[in-house]
Design a protein around this ligand. Structure first.
Ligand code: AMP
Length: 120
């Protein structure tokens, strides 16, 4: 599957549509989810064109991997989620219901999040 350069997160990276940015470094951008499912719901995306975690971990450079994952940790710290706890979600493909085909990690927190998966 080829990367779709017109997906919504690619357009956010190009500045074509706005986002509520919370953090940025050389290799990653973090912004608030448009439909938050917890008091804190932030998405972290790499700046490179990667479809999902599978694509990212197969092809990203060490610098991209380092910059991205350090951004995830820093965003959670800056959102003051470390003490209370938080959850990361990275959906890959159809079974996981990935909607946007640009790799992203959801950071969720700010309340007790309950069981890891629903039974449906
Ligand atoms: P996923 O199902 O893992 O692909 O999640 C995609 C996420 O992107 C959902 O939580 C959406 O609410 C979120 N989303 C879609 N469009 C935007 C947007 N323009 N700005 C911020 N978040 C978005």
């Amino acid at each position: 599957m080829a990367y779709d350069h017109n997906n919504i997160f690619a357009r956010i990276l190009r500045g074509e549509i706005p986002c509520k940015k919370t953090f940025e470094n050389t290799h990653a951008l973090a912004f608030q989810d448009i439909a938050p499912q917890a008091p804190v719901h932030i998405l972290v995306i790499p700046k490179g064109a990667y479809i999902s975690l599978d694509d990212f971990t197969a092809k990203a450079t060490p610098a991209e991997l380092d910059g991205f994952w350090r951004a995830v940790g820093q965003v959670a710290r800056e959102a003051e989620l470390v003490t209370g706890g938080y959850r990361l979600i990275a959906n890959h493909g159809a079974n996981a219901h990935q909607e946007v085909p640009h790799f992203h990690v959801h950071i969720l927190g700010g309340r007790a999040l309950g069981a890891m998966l629903t039974k449906t």
